[in-house]
Structure formats: C-alpha cells, structure tokens
Design a protein around this ligand. Structure first.
Ligand code: IVH
Length: 679
C-alpha cells in the first residue's frame, strides 16, 4: 500500500471506529461485535505503525494510552468549577424550592439527576476535537489530565454529527464502574495472597472504593495503565457562548447526539413533590446500578430562570444536592471468631445476624485487630450499626448502647491461638496478634501446602484445598515435603478418591519435580518472597546452597531487595526445621539449581537495566524475551517511563509506544541488538 492509499485507509478506519463507538456508547446499539471492533482497531494500529506521520489527532488508537505525564500542568478554568449546596433533609429541599419560587414567578421545571460519586472533569472542545481535560482542582484552576482522559472510551475524541459550537466546555463525572473495581480488587487480592500477605495487610492494600480508585487512576503518569483501568464518564453540564438551546435538559440532548454519554436517568419534574418522588425512588433503585451514587442533584432547568437566580459566593442558587445518608443498618452480633492465616496472623471477624445492606446480605464484618474491638467497647450479643459507605468490606461503626443486654460481657481478645492453643504474641509496632507455632498450627500448615501446590509455584493442579485438609486430618501430611511420600495405598483409603483421581494425583505430584528452581524457591513460601523476588534470587544465586549461605550484604547488593526482606530470608534459613525440610525436598529430587539451559543463559549483564518489550518477534517469543531479560539480571516493565533503559521493538509495535519512547529519549533496539547484548 502506498502512502496515499494508507492515508485513505487510515481515515476510513478512524471514521468507522468512531461510528461504532457512537453506536455502542450513545445509542447502546452496537452493530458489530467487540472482536470485530478490536480487529478494526488492530488494523488501524498496524497502518499507523508503518506510517507514524499519518496518525490523526482523534485516532481511536490513542485509547490504548502510552503517553506519560510526569507533572500535570496547572490550567485555569474558563468557567470556574463551583460546588453545590448540600442537604440531607426533605425539609431543606422544600426550603430550596420556596426560595427559588420567591424569585421566579412562573412555573419552575427541575432537572433531576443522580449525583455520581467519582471525580469531576471539565472537557474543552474546539472545532469538534477534544483539546483539554482538566480536573476540578480548587475550582479556579485544575490539573491537565488530557492524555489520561483520552483513554476513556465513552468520551469522544471527535464529535459526531454537526451543530455543535466551535468552542465549548462540557463537564461531568469520571467514575470507575463497580464491576471493574471488583475485578481489579480480586486480581490484586490473588497477587497479595500469593505473596504471603495476611488478611489484614491485604485489606489494607486493596483499593478502598470506586471513587478513590477513579481519582487515583486519573493521576497516574502512564496513560497505558489508565486505559487498562476502564474508567467511564457521564456528562452533566454544557457551558459556552453559543449553546443550541435555552434549557439545561435540551442542551444535554444535543450533547448526546454529538457523542457524549448523558445519564439515561435524568428527568424533568414540575413541583417539589414530584422531585421528592424521584429522590425516594432512586434511594432504592440506585443500588442496582453499576456506578456508585451518593445523592440526587436538582437543577432549575430554564437558562433564563437560572440567570435570574444567580450565584452565591460559592454555589449556584439554582441547584442543590440532596445526599443520601451513608447506609447503615443495625443488627445483632452473634459472635466473634478468630481466623489464623498461613503466616500465623490472627484476624478477628464478627459474625452478624444476616441483614440486607446496600444491595447485598451482610453476615460478617471484619474487626481488624484488638485495638478496634476495644475502641468499639464491643460486648457479647450487642446490637451494632453496620455501614458500607462505598467501602468494600462492611464495618461495625458503633454499638447501640440502648440495646445492650444487662450483664453482657465485653468481647475479650483471645490470648491463645484458637487452632492450636499456643499463646499469641504481638510484635513491637504491629497491630496484629500472631500465632508463633508455625510448625504445629493446622491452618498455617495447610496454608503453606496450599501455597506450595498453587499454579505459580509447583502447579499440582490435581490437588486442591479440600484434599489437603483431608490428607492433613488423616495424618498423611504434616508439611509439603510429605506430599512426595504419599503412596497409592495411602490415597485409596481416602473418601471420594477413586483409582483414577489417585493416579492423577500421584502423577501430578511426580511431574511437579520438574518445576524449575525459581518456582521451587517461590513455593517454599518464605515471608515477603513473591514470584518476582523468587526469580531474582534464583537467577542471581543460581543454587539453593548459594542462597542458603548468602549474607545480608550480598542480598542487599541485588538492588531490588530491601532490609526487611533480606533479614527475613536470613531468619528463614537459620531455622533448623526449615533446613531439614529443604534437605528432604532435595532428596526427593526437586530442582535446587537453575537448569543447564537457564544457567548458560544467566548473567548479570543487564543488571540495573529496565526493558519494555513491544510488538511481534521472530527470533524469540515475547515470553522468551522476558525470561532472557530477567535471567540476565534485567527488569521487565509493562510501560515506558523515564526509567526505561531500552525498548525492545518488534514488528507491529503501537505508534504511541514509539512516540513515547522518542519523547522520553528511550533507546529503541531490535531483537538482534538484544541478542548481542546478552551474548
Ligand atoms: S452539577 C454548578 N450534576 O457533585 C453545578 N454535579 O458538589 C456543578 N456531581 O463537583 C455540578 N453528579 O463532581 C452536578 N449530576 C451531577 C453530578 C454532580 C455528581 C458532583 C460534581 C460536583 C459535586 C458537587
């Protein structure tokens, strides 16, 4: 294809993709499948890669991100971004209506909208193109987050149809849909679990609610990561000098035709009683939406009436937000149980009499640690107030003292492990109690075996949590080395284990002996040693013996390992029992050193270098490339930033990646260049 043909084809694809986006987001009536859409997008990216100079400013390929913003520039708003007067009561809402009608003699129509709980954004369009996206900031000036906002697929880069003003501002709320938020959190949880964090640490690290996640995402430097987070946006205010209509509602209907996603839940109501009906109706139905809402916004619809009402110093007199109270219910505390994790950390959990709250039935609430229990002054059988104010885990916010039963006993924190009766300890500066009986405490033992067999460790998929529990209960396993002593006869006496599943299991265990050294190291489950660190250690020390004899200085010299991790490695290998366990695994034939293949390909040649791999390759697969980078002491990163040393560029690499690398002065190399580097 010559350049002229490529230009035509790029224009055709951009137009087609924009049409499909419109059908999807505005009309909710897609005419092609997601796969077909992705195929067109890939085609476009392919052409753009071959002709970077032909990339259009509104190309949908920008949606995949790639631009990096080091510092978000501060930009003044053309129209100040005001906030709204808030109320929680029906009475205040009626007062608002009375004030409005004192100024306005004729009938007043109110636009009733949901108050979306996200981050407000101001978008500027010129000649039909999105030119700026700015956060609220202090209302006068905000941060320029244009690169990140361009990845949000429901925000048009170029407007659809015609009749839009040459220059205007449109405002709305960027949010993270709840299903996206939940998916991100469940992935994060899996990762943290595999790294050996305890339940309390996990809760501490999980994303707190969709709103925080949306605002955090918008401020990420790497727009490719923003694109992956799948933010969404509803627009709710059009501003400018040449708007098509004389009312808020009618203007937004035009905006919808131009390609903006306008809430389908906006309604016009006359009279405050009708407004109250809307408010009450949505207090219930909002739970079913995919987006968090925290109230209703009521706006005088007619532009002329808005003008007559004007503004106070901070807020418009023609609008008000009615906020729903954070949802709270009271229920009875049934009991408090204490859970012991793989690392021995103890988490108190409240069992509650089941109660419906914010869309789900709540039966349990975390109490985190002993301090929280004493702060609540929790007593047995207390009636407690439970809240789910946008947070993922319901929490007990208070005790209803008026309902406390006479003679009720305070909840005492346990002093011994509920599983093995060992006295608990609490290390200096840590909130959690820990059961120190790592060797004899059943949930810790079972938890370690479960980690050992997990997919990214020894990957024995013919074995599951339930079977591990049963094997332990029957006295057949005490630690993961025992797995390799299991015989067919042992297993055949187990309930629900037929000949076939026994054979499968034995086969799976045997096959795991082939797992490479780096996975064996991860499987041991040393505290703080996740998959990446295990690889780093394996590639650097090469054998279990070398690692077991490492001192603190040589661990710290690796660079990516901090003091806490280094000390926990030393502490682990200093324990006699651990050493014995490792010896047994050695005798069973597990890999205690890098494979010959890995060894001959392992070096420190790439120490201190960070690589990004992009595109399609012929000499290596992408995974092989990554393995080579890691084995040679380098780091692999998913996105280009100021700290990227090299971009290994393959065929069909996205144009944005290339542009970004150029902008940041990141050196681009071919796979052959890379091969020379490690030879
Ligand atoms: S109108 C001058 N409409 O609530 C009026 N705001 O406290 C400007 N919000 O900062 C706001 N949904 O981030 C409006 N349908 C809606 C809204 C909404 C959410 C947020 C917005 C604003 C805050 C007001």
């Amino acid at each position: 294809m010559n350049k002229e043909e490529a230009k035509k084809e790029i224009e055709r694809l951009v137009k087609a993709l924009q049409e499909h986006n419109y059908k999807y987001y505005v009309e909710s009536n897609p005419s092609i499948t997601d796969e077909a859409f992705d195929y067109l997008l890939k085609e476009l990216e392919h052409l753009e890669a071959a002709h970077p100079e032909l990339v259009l400013p509104d190309s949908p390929s920008l949606r995949v991100g790639g631009e990096v913003t080091k510092n978000f520039e501060t930009v003044a708003h053309r129209f100040p971004m005001l906030s709204l007067a808030n109320t929680y009561s029906e009475e205040d809402l009626r007062d608002f209506d009375a004030r409005v009608r004192k100024t306005i003699a004729e009938e007043v129509d109110y636009a009733c909208e949901l108050k979306y709980d996200g981050v407000s954004i101001s978008l500027t369009y010129e000649a039909g193109l999105l030119v700026k996206a700015v956060t609220r900031g202090d209302g006068e000036k905000g941060d320029d987050v244009t690169n990140n906002v361009k990845t949000i697929r429901s925000i048009p880069l170029r407007l659809h149809g015609h009749g839009y003003p040459n220059s205007f501002v449109i405002r709305g709320e960027i949010f993270m849909p709840r299903p996206v938020f939940e998916k991100l959190n469940s992935e994060l949880r899996k990762e943290l679990e595999s790294e050996g964090y305890n339940e309390e640490e996990i809760w501490d690290k999980l994303l707190k609610n969709p709103r925080n996640s949306a605002s955090g995402t918008l401020k990420l430097q790497d727009s490719a990561v923003v694109a992956a987070r799948k933010l969404d946006c509803y627009l709710y205010a059009l501003l400018g000098d040449e708007l098509p209509e004389k009312s808020h509602y009618a203007n937004l209907q035009h905006a919808r035709k131009w390609g903006f996603q306008i809430s389908p839940h906006m309604e016009i109501h006359r009279g405050i009683d009708a407004v109250m009906k809307y408010v009450h109706q949505w207090d219930k139905s909002r739970q079913a939406l995919d987006v968090d809402t925290d109230g209703v916004v009521i706006k005088v619809n007619a532009e002329e009436q808005q003008k007559a009402l004007g503004f106070t110093a901070k807020v418009p007199r023609w609008a008000i937000a009615y906020k729903y109270k954070a949802e709270q219910v009271s229920t009875r505390l049934v009991d408090v149980v204490f859970q012991v994790g793989r690392t021995g950390a103890v988490t108190p959990v409240a069992n509650l009499s089941p109660v419906f709250l914010a869309g789900t039935t709540v039966k349990r609430a975390t109490l985190h640690n002993a301090d929280i229990i004493s702060k609540l002054d929790l007593h047995e059988q207390d009636m407690v107030f439970v809240e789910k104010g946008g947070e993922i885990i319901p929490k007990i916010v208070a005790v209803d003292l008026t309902q406390r039963r006479s003679g009720a006993v305070p909840i005492a924190y346990i002093s011994t492990c509920p599983e093995c009766q060992t006295p608990l300890i609490r290390r200096d500066g840590e909130a959690a109690h820990v059961c120190p009986n790592a060797e004899g405490c059943p949930p810790q033992i079972k938890g370690r075996v479960e980690h050992f067999i997990s997919r990214r460790a020894m990957d024995i998929d013919s074995l599951g949590g339930e079977t591990i529990g049963a094997l332990y209960d029957k006295g057949l396993i005490q630690d993961y080395a025992d797995l390799y002593d299991l015989t067919k006869a042992d297993l055949l006496v187990m309930d629900r284990m037929g000949e076939k599943s026994v054979d499968n299991l034995i086969h799976g265990i045997e096959a795991s002996k082939k797992a490479p050294f780096e996975r064996v190291l991860f499987a041991l489950g040393l505290p703080h040693i996740g998959e990446t660190t295990a690889k780093k250690l394996a590639y650097s020390f090469k054998t279990m013996d070398a690692l077991m004899h490492a001192d603190e200085a040589s661990l710290l010299a690796l660079g990516d390992i901090g003091e806490v991790t280094a000390r926990s490695i030393l502490a682990y290998f200093a324990v006699e029992k651990n050493k014995k366990l490792i010896e047994r695994l050695r005798l069973k034939g597990l890999n205690f050193e890098l494979s010959a293949e890995a060894l001959s390909n392992t070096s420190e040649k790439l120490h201190g270098l960070t690589f990004v791999v992009s595109g399609v390759f012929t000499l290596f697969s992408r995974d092989e490339l990554k393995k080579h980078i890691e084995r040679n002491g380098g780091k692999v990163s998913g996105s280009i930033s100021g700290s990227t040393s090299y971009l290994v560029a393959g065929d069909k690499m996205g144009p944005e990646k290339m542009k970004k690398a150029e902008k940041l002065g990141v050196k681009m190399i071919t796979e052959t260049d890379f091969q020379h580097m490690i030879e």
